[in-house]
Design a protein around this ligand. Structure first.
Ligand code: SF4
Ligand code: SF4
Length: 458
């Protein structure tokens, strides 16, 4: 083993070790959420994962960004095969170890080069869509300032830099072999066009090839460790998130069991409220109705927060947002992640919570200590009550995130724990309580409308 192999081994171990450590912290954050049984329906869940996560099914509602995204996604998958080769070469002092596969290697390297060039073009197009004077509307939300904007651009710069390093490595390698009249396995349609840009000196070419090789692999390891701080973490989390998608019909709300029992007992005096299973020795933990903070949400809602691509497709179809209300479903999801990282473990490189609500959003009410929770600290009741529960955001999300669930849980908290519903809802609640219907009419008047329909018999 050479000194270079040993350094490489240490770099790879540090890169993957650090990433595993960060993933453990994120796993701990998500496990603070309420328990929810998502086992079962394995076949249906795998089908959804194949279609929506691997197959990008929901992306194709908008063809231009879908094609650009597809290039970057397929490029990411194919380039990963090359990363395996780089790691083997780095550890065992080999050079282009997969070259023995002949035709397969030619196809692999050629595909890799073409995709890498397309990735650079796609990245430039993404950058233009975000940064031109009038960016695409969904990138203009108030929650997209400060860190989220910087993060989105950093990802594009890093991806472009990784591709440039790959071309430097391939071009220098190709030219070095040409200068030395030696055979290089693989096919290089783009690098073959670039060899004229490099000098003919073998030593310089070797240095450039090594430079490209090291920058490419170290860049990938650094990028891997940047992911947990970034919206780009969705390239990993989208898969479990889609697997654990909600399979209930979209319009169906979950019930609060204790309230259901209470209502049933009111309607039917013979109804027996089931006794909760006795917890051995310990008193049952007091339950909060709805969600005030991140730990009151289900773990799947917290998983959503790490899977969000911040694409804004949800916000761009939200009728409340489109009519100028404060609500943005994307912001609800981003706030959940920020609050989780503020309350529990924060990421290694950039801590989005440092930017705080004041940096990211419009000025909000002054946050005192008690109110510094997800509800009120980040999300205001005004945002929550603007939701029409139409499910458009759920339908639009390319990775099956459900912002509505979190909105409903926070509304439940406002109604059931704080009696802080808007006046129109409070009127409806008391009508239901007193009249058994949402309207302010006595039950005895319920059929008055039919009086006019009476036709006397002849
Ligand atoms: S469910 Fe609510 S948040 Fe989602 S799109 Fe409809 S109004 Fe907007
Ligand atoms: S919730 Fe879904 S649609 Fe909304 S920004 Fe995140 S990934 Fe995009």
């Amino acid at each position: 083993m050479t000194i270079q192999n040993i350094i490489f081994l240490l770099v790879v171990l540090a890169g993957f070790g650090l990433f595993a450590w960060q993933v453990r912290k994120i796993r701990a954050n998500i496990s603070h959420g309420r328990d929810r049984d998502m086992s079962g329906d394995v076949g249906e869940r795998l089908k959804k994962t194949l279609l929506v996560a691997f197959g990008q099914q929901k992306m194709f509602k908008r063809i231009t960004p879908a094609l650009l995204h597809l290039i970057v996604y397929v490029g990411f998958l194919v380039i990963n095969i090359e990363v395996i080769e780089i790691v083997i070469d780095g550890l065992f002092n080999t050079h282009r170890i997969l070259g023995f596969t002949g035709g397969f290697y030619n196809a692999l390297t050629a595909t890799n080069e073409i995709l890498s060039a397309l990735v650079i073009i796609a990245v430039a197009a993404f950058w233009w869509r975000r940064n031109r004077t009038e960016p695409v509307r969904r990138f203009r939300g108030t929650e997209m300032r400060a860190w989220p904007k910087l993060d989105a651009n950093l990802i594009l710069y890093i991806e472009a830099a990784l591709m440039v390093a790959l071309f430097l490595m391939n071009t220098a390698d190709l030219k070095l072999h040409q200068v030395e009249n030696a055979y290089l396995p693989g096919a290089y349609p783009i690098s073959g066009l670039l060899t004229g840009l490099l000098p003919d000196n073998a030593t310089t070419l070797l240095v450039l090839e090594r430079l490209g090789w090291w920058v490419h692999i170290v860049g990938i390891l650094l990028f891997l460790n940047y992911l947990p701080s970034s919206k780009h973490f969705h390239i990993i989390m989208a898969f479990p998130n889609v697997y654990f998608s909600r399979l209930m019909p979209q319009g169906q709300f979950s019930n609060v069991d204790s309230i259901t029992h209470e209502v049933k007992a009111m309607m039917d005096p013979t109804y027996q409220v089931p006794t909760p299973p006795a917890s051995e020795g310990a008193e049952a933990a007091p339950t909060t109705f709805g969600a005030k903070d991140v730990n009151d949400l289900a773990w799947t809602n917290l998983l959503h927060a790490y899977s969000c691509t911040e694409c804004g497709r949800c916000t761009s179809v939200c009728p409340a947002n489109l009519t100028g209300k404060l609500l943005s479903p994307r912001k609800i999801i981003m706030d959940t992640r920020d609050r989780m990282e503020e309350k529990y473990n924060s990421p290694l490189i950039f801590d989005p919570a440092l930017y705080g609500p004041a940096a990211k959003h419009e000025p909000q009410e002054q946050l005192d200590k008690e109110n510094h929770t997800l509800l009120r600290g980040y999300v205001t009741p005004e945002e929550l009550w603007a939701c029409t529960t139409c499910n458009a955001c759920v339908e639009a999300c390319p990775v099956n995130i459900n912002p509505l669930e979190s909105i409903i849980e926070m509304r439940r908290f406002l109604v059931l724990e704080e009696s802080a519903a808007p006046n129109s809802l409070n009127v409806m609640f008391s009508n239901i309580e007193n009249n058994g219907a949402p309207w302010a009419f006595s039950p005895s008047d319920r059929f008055n409308w039919a009086d006019e329909l009476y036709v006397a018999e002849k």
